[in-house]
Design a protein around this ligand. Structure first.
Ligand code: AHM
Ligand code: MG
Length: 340
């Protein structure tokens, strides 16, 4: 034993004690997220067994209609929070508009945005997937929360995090006091503190992470950037390695722990890239900055972007400060072409 065993509940209580004025509502939100994570993790683990366990009639053991895992994850999170009394409105990557708290339940002062199962196209190949969440305070006067409460810039987040369903299930979160990582011990059903105060190594390992299959649609600057990282331009004697899972949570988790660069740029086909500002980029940017890294859309901090719509997309570049400087320098050296 080298360290004391700290459950996520204990950790949340101890963090809350640092703020004597705290009401406990944010702590309750984090407990509920840990519970939802366990329920989703259980289902993700069973994913490969569904055919063997004979649910071909599309009904699960509880007599419920079998759902696609991303719809299941969406529902689990909604049901973990709808009655909690701490939220006034929610939004999910799986739903078009704001999700109201049912009239029969009380509301509170927080707002939750979530991507229930990001990277779910990877599920059938047993590749890691994740849940991403972002929490804001209510800003509108409406008692039950409105679109205005959901469309807030990332710097106003009070908490954000992700759950990674990988070889182990991990929950990583920040409330603006550093980044903490917990690993689920399935034998006792508890998230235990495994990564206290995560700091992104700087500059960290020479790793770049991008879907290079999109090169055809990139402008000259991005082609040049990747050529430079690979050492093809003759100006980089120590080429970077490529790691790309294609699940944002997994690629970001690796970047937080090892350092390096991750980017999903805009290109001629998709000028705003693929990732969603509110459900993916903003919560990830909060974590990355809290771990000492940087996250931008190529021009400005992700956290400074004023959102205009719930599902808007944004280019995303993140990594350790020295590698972000390198990336920005190489991109700036090549004249920009119009993307649209
Ligand atoms: P999704 O929200 O439809 O799951 O898509 C988001 C995922 C991210 O996890 C990942 O970073 C990206 O899409 C990968 O996209 P691509 O397959 O274009 O490389
Ligand atoms: Mg997603």
């Amino acid at each position: 034993m080298t360290r004391s065993v700290v459950t996520i509940d204990r950790h949340i209580i101890e963090m809350e004690r640092r703020f004597p004025e705290a009401t406990g509502a944010l702590s309750n939100l984090l407990y509920d997220m840990a519970l939802a994570a366990k329920l989703i993790a259980r289902e993700v683990r069973q994913a490969g067994l569904v055919d063997i366990l004979g649910t071909t009639d599309k009904v699960n053991v509880y007599g419920e209609q079998l759902k696609k895992l991303d719809e299941y994850a969406h529902d689990v999170i909604f049901r973990a929070f709808d009655h909690s009394g701490v939220l006034c409105v929610m939004a999910s990557e799986e739903a078009e508009g704001p999700i109201a708290i049912p009239e029969r339940f009380p509301v509170g002062k927080y707002v939750l945005l979530y991507d229930p199962l990001d990277g779910s196209s990877n599920i059938d190949a047993n590749v890691p997937v994740g849940t991403i969440f972002s929490i804001h305070r209510k800003v509108s006067d409406a008692e039950r929360g409105t679109l205005e409460d959901l469309l807030q810039p990332g710097f106003r987040q009070v908490a954000a995090g992700y759950v990674l369903y990988g070889a182990a299930t991990m929950l990583v979160y920040t409330t603006g006091q550093g980044v903490y990582g917990f690993t689920l011990d399935p034998s006792i059903g508890e998230f235990l503190l495994s990564h206290p105060e995560i700091r992104m190594p700087s500059p960290g390992e020479r790793i770049y992470s991008v879907n290079e299959g999109n090169t055809l649609h990139w402008d000259a600057a991005h082609r040049r950037l990747v050529d430079h990282l690979k050492g093809l331009d003759g100006a980089n004697p120590k080429p970077f390695s490529l790691r790309y899972v294609g699940s944002l949570v997994a690629d970001v988790h690796r970047t937080l722990l090892y350092g390096g660069l991750f980017f999903y740029p805009g290109d001629r086909k998709n000028p705003q890239g693929k990732l969603r500002l509110l459900f993916e980029a903003a919560p990830i940017a909060f974590l990355v900055e809290q771990a000492g890294g940087r996250a931008t859309d190529g021009r400005r901090r992700i956290l400074d972007i004023e959102p205009e719509s719930l599902h808007q997309r944004t280019p995303l570049y993140l990594g350790s400060p020295p590698y972000m400087e390198l990336l920005e320098r190489v991109l700036a050296e090549t004249p920009t072409e119009a993307m649209a």
